[in-house]
Design a protein around this ligand. Sequence first.
Ligand SMILES: O=C(O)[C@H]1NCC[C@@H]1O
Length: 351
Amino acid sequence: MQVSRMITAVEAHAEGEPGRVITGGMPHMPGNTVFEKMQWMQDHADDIRLMMLREPRGHPALCCNVLVPPCDPHADAGFIIMEQTEYPPMSGSNTICVVTVLLETGILPMVEPVTQLTLESPAGLLQVKATCQNGKVTRVEFRNVPAFAVHLDANIEVPGLGQVVVDVAWGGMFFVLAQADQFGLDLVPENGARIVKLSEALRAACAEQLPVVHPDNPAIIGPTITNLYADPIAPGTDGLGAITVSTGAFDPDRPEALTGILDRSPCGTGTCAKMAVLHAKGLLEIGQDYVNAGPMGTTFTGRIVETTQVGPYPAIVPTLSGQGWIYGTANWIRDPSDPFPNGYTIGDIWG
Ligand SMILES: O=C(O)[C@H]1NCC[C@@H]1O
């Protein structure tokens, strides 16, 4: 066996969404913030993201995280998030996977019944409260970066669909949100492929017609991800969301290609973006729990803890909670003679 890179990882999921956590084998990544480290990785070590997320080491639904030393003196750890087409500044399911791995593998000390810690994500600091019992993290709650709506009930023209009403909001990533019933589409797992194709068409049209930039960081643009939502169907829930994470470039001449994948969880940043929209429309109050269900029936619980302002936008500060589970550990290697050093994608499942 020849090895030109060896990556050590802990495999975890949060409410169904896989978020592999890389614990060793990364090059030194310079930067004065975790956001700068993320930009360095994007420019100098993107081959590691590709190698870890694509086949044969990954699959379309996989997300990946790299633990990095924090730059902010208030933080206990830092992490960079990697997805199939981008480095999201923040991610709810990935935060939950990272906290679960940090505490359950002893990288940071676990204090029962509640461990408090601070993480530095590329989007900023996150205060975390992890409920822990017998060495297991049973709930992760974090205070997210402020979430805000940029466009409410805006019209866009989507090839093949005509006029569509959307909202655009930031919850740690920029989302295009749309009510699924305007397409006569039920958000059930059997409709997964239709949901993904429609969402990708929406995202591409919205990115062109309603491009957005984060007021505090012009390097963050969007929308890059889609949230189709519907009324709750399960008792004890307040909403139902089907979030499509892109896996490739949407081509309007091939709308039948699958260039996305459903988030297996209810999507933490998508839940926060939805809460920002609901609050802006007067439909969700401070202090009210918002239980959002995903396509597999698992839930994240959000709550608005205060309001604030981000640039010109009134914003909410949300907390988000859910649970993560570790399901494996792995040492992934790259053989220098492998003809696919950065992995590969093929059109049957990658569009
Ligand atoms: O929970 C979230 O925020 C994420 N899940 C995968 C896509 C998003 O980053």
